[in-house]
Design a protein around this ligand. Sequence first.
Ligand SMILES: [Zn+2]
Length: 423
Amino acid sequence: MTPTEIVPAPASDEAGGPPIHLTNARVLDPVSGSLGSPMTITVSAGTIVAIEEGRPGGDGRCIDLTGLVVLPGLIDCHVHVTAFSADEASLSRSSASYVTAQAARSMAAMLQRGFTTVRDGTGADWGLAAAVAEGLLPGPRLLFCGPSLTQTGGHADHRGPSDHSAPTGPAFPSHGIVCDGEAEVRRAAREVLRAGADHVKIMLSGGVASPTDRVDSTQFSASEIAAVVEEATAAGRYVMGHAYPAAAINRGLVAGVRSIEHGNLLDDSSLALFTARGAYLVPTLVTYRALVAEGDRWGLPPQSAAKVRDLFEQGLLALERADRAGVAIAFGTDLLGGMQRHQSEEFAIRAQVQSPLAVLQSATVVGAKLLGLEHCVGQIRQGYAADLIAVDGNPLDRIEILAEPERSLRLVMRDGRIVRDRS
Ligand SMILES: [Zn+2]
């Protein structure tokens, strides 16, 4: 028996009950940036079934949103819901049940911040995604990859320099499958795809939290990267690649990696490749700021702290250059441990170099497209999933409205379920 058979999907009152009418809803369209006139949005069985003028007809519950601005639910394309510590090696030594409890808290908090869809970039698995989909745990719609693929000594190989034990296997909640050579990377990719991955995550360069590599290293050979892309594509999935230096970014883009995570050290040749390939950049700036300010409190080892110093400024510059070059940029945060509470601050950081509309698009329409969900999330349209938020004020006038959800966020609905109501 699978868990799905044991637990019938416990549709919430909202999803299974009468329709909900959101009245006097002024929708901010993230495509055009225009604020519509007051409308009634009718939601039934998790879907937006009508957006029309006037008072609703028929039965159902009414929620008056007069004075608020309604936006599509937000999308964060780089989270780690299982990363309850910045000491990633310690995660692998924990128990699956404890990690699940931590992930439940993390996901519930993300939903309360208005994120109705998130993409996990290592750690979350089928079980967590199913638990959210079935309503067992409150959280955003979760796209997962399980463990990431890393070469020996790569970003997800958590063994220190004096540790000569065999790398740990891919069991939950381990964060990496160490694999070398085309045959091994193919097997690893097939393994995570077999386990239901929505995308395959590979480490194309060194990173902050890994004990033995350098941020500016390149990882995996071109043929290994191409093999992973081939396996993901064959399965109707895509590859998400962690990369800092231009050399690593470019090798990934040439091989067909769909989204480059971080990308702080990109150069002009990278920008040309992004646009030519239609690939996405997912900056994660807030994590560097948080790591500098409080990484030690949340388990970041000292050797990792030294790596973070320049990454924030470099990343902000990379974002500005990518924006000017017309690269598709999605919203991501990559926060670990207790630093996840800073998730929404990414909006304000990006607004230093991007227009508020471009920032909003990254967390709605662009994110939806990267995830292949542009037909159902990222906009408020008839037939789309009823994922929406209502805020006090227009984020295009004042981006802090999105950066301070505890003050401005009045309503959160995911799949037609009201999960926050201070309207
Ligand atoms: Zn990450």
